[in-house]
Ligand binder design. Sequence first.
Ligand SMILES: Cc1cc2nc3c(=O)[nH]c(=O)nc-3n(C[C@H](O)[C@H](O)[C@H](O)COP(=O)(O)O)c2cc1C
Length: 323
Amino acid sequence: MDRAARLAGPLAQCLPLTVPILSAPMAGIAGGALAAAVSRGGGLGLVGGGYGDRAWLERELAIAGDARVGVGFITWALAQSPDLLAVALDHRPAAILLSFGDVAPFAAAIARAGVPLIVQVQTVADARLAAAEGAAVIVAQGGEAGGHGGTRGTMALVPEVVDAVGAIPVVAAGGIADGRGIAAAFMLGASGALCGTAFYAADESLAHAAGRAALLAATGDHTVKGRVFDIARRRAWPADWTIRTLRNRFFDRWVDDPDGLKRQIDAAPDTIEAAARHGDTAVAPVIVGEAAGLIADTGAAATIVARLWADTTSRMAEVAGLD
Ligand SMILES: Cc1cc2nc3c(=O)[nH]c(=O)nc-3n(C[C@H](O)[C@H](O)[C@H](O)COP(=O)(O)O)c2cc1C
């Protein structure tokens, strides 16, 4: 077995992949085409089940066709539409990923279906809970990540989670978008990486062209974390998690005035959705993480997977040569 196949080993034992790279279940961005392209490229693509739109999920799973994709859910939102788990399981997914909430109500049904459960966590305490619920894989997500996350950074969280969960393979997430980051994830004890921002501008993503352009123009300095866009989109996110996006005019206008923002949104509830439809990135959030500064071009998702993995293995070989 070559070195690259050995590195993929722990994840390949429970997930149908040859490259230990997962694409994130990005709500509204990661549909069936993106997830299928990542899986066909050797990684594991995850469809973003998001906030629970059944028709959207059924359509995107149909688009994924016979590719071996997984499905990710926002756990607290799934608790409000629990029937969606059966929709996903009926598609015989390669895995179910749950993030942001209590997985206990869903773990037994996923296990009965014989589907591996991946749990994405932001704290060591939640990693221990995920292990107790029978997670096959645990994603340790640092707050550098695009989208929602906690406050811990990837660098210290990943090895701490690795130490806490024994033999369960851990995948690192948050701020990883090139071979340097994935090689670092292995050094931290992880068995692979889950990337969102790296696939945001992929050809198969559902991101608006204006959002892709904003990502390509940004550096990591341009991201912020807060509640502005959750208030504006009327998403009832629990206090543990805030959303990282590019900083824009709308964020700056409202960051210090959440009560004023609520009044404004009551008067014009469609503000963010309309801006998103029109690609108005001064108002709508471009949901990417600190890795924004590492994304220099776009391309097919399978090419991104291949590029990331070639970069990872050559970086690791380079370091291994320094004995
Ligand atoms: C546009 C976008 C949407 C996201 N939506 C979700 C989601 O619906 N569910 C989820 O578990 N994680 C979501 N995430 C977080 C990812 O699962 C992952 O942790 C993150 O992308 C990793 O950090 P990175 O963006 O630096 O690669 C999202 C991330 C992005 C960039």
